[in-house]
Design a protein around this ligand. Structure first.
Ligand code: CMP
Length: 140
């Protein structure tokens, strides 16, 4: 059965532009509730580890640089079928291909500066949630 929790990050472009509240409101309108939240400025080591799966990709350096360019906001969100639903709500990686009304269509500039991250599987949602939050920081 699909899990009820997923991990999202409002990225430095959207957070720095003051769009965190609008994005969170949109996610709540889609039935998500916040189970954990923090605002933080990732170090190069933290961003590099979080995106380690992309280490061999040509955009890895650019991705790490962008994710450390300013504060971001990781959140654990809950609703039925959380991973698949959130990925639909945020839209395609490239905002030019994102559907109308999605977070990336509304707030992203490019494939690199694309406003928001969302876990792509229940397994990664669990791993990524543990990356940012201790059990004690998360609502039951
Ligand atoms: P995200 O969902 O955070 O997961 C991996 C990220 O890599 C992705 O969003 C994009 O921000 C980034 N990414 C993917 N493809 C490219 C690309 N071609 N150029 C720059 N960044 C990319």
């Amino acid at each position: 059965m699909a899990g009820r929790r997923t991990l999202t990050i409002i990225k430095p472009d959207a957070f720095g532009a003051g769009k965190a509240g609008l994005i969170l409101a949109l996610l709540e309108q889609h039935g998500f509730t916040v189970k954990a939240a923090r605002a933080m400025h990732l170090t190069t080591a933290q961003a590099g580890e979080f995106y380690a799966v992309h280490r061999e990709r040509p955009f890895y350096g650019e991705l790490v640089e962008f994710m450390t360019s300013g504060p971001c906001m990781p959140l654990i969100l809950e609703r039925d079928d959380a991973v698949a639903t959130l990925r639909t709500v945020i839209g395609a990686t490239d905002p030019a291909e994102a559907a109308e009304g999605t977070v990336r269509k509304l707030y992203a500039e490019s494939k690199g500066r694309n406003a928001i991250h969302a876990s792509d599987s229940d397994e990664n949602a669990d791993r990524e949630s543990r990356f940012f939050f201790a059990e004690a920081d998360t609502l039951v």
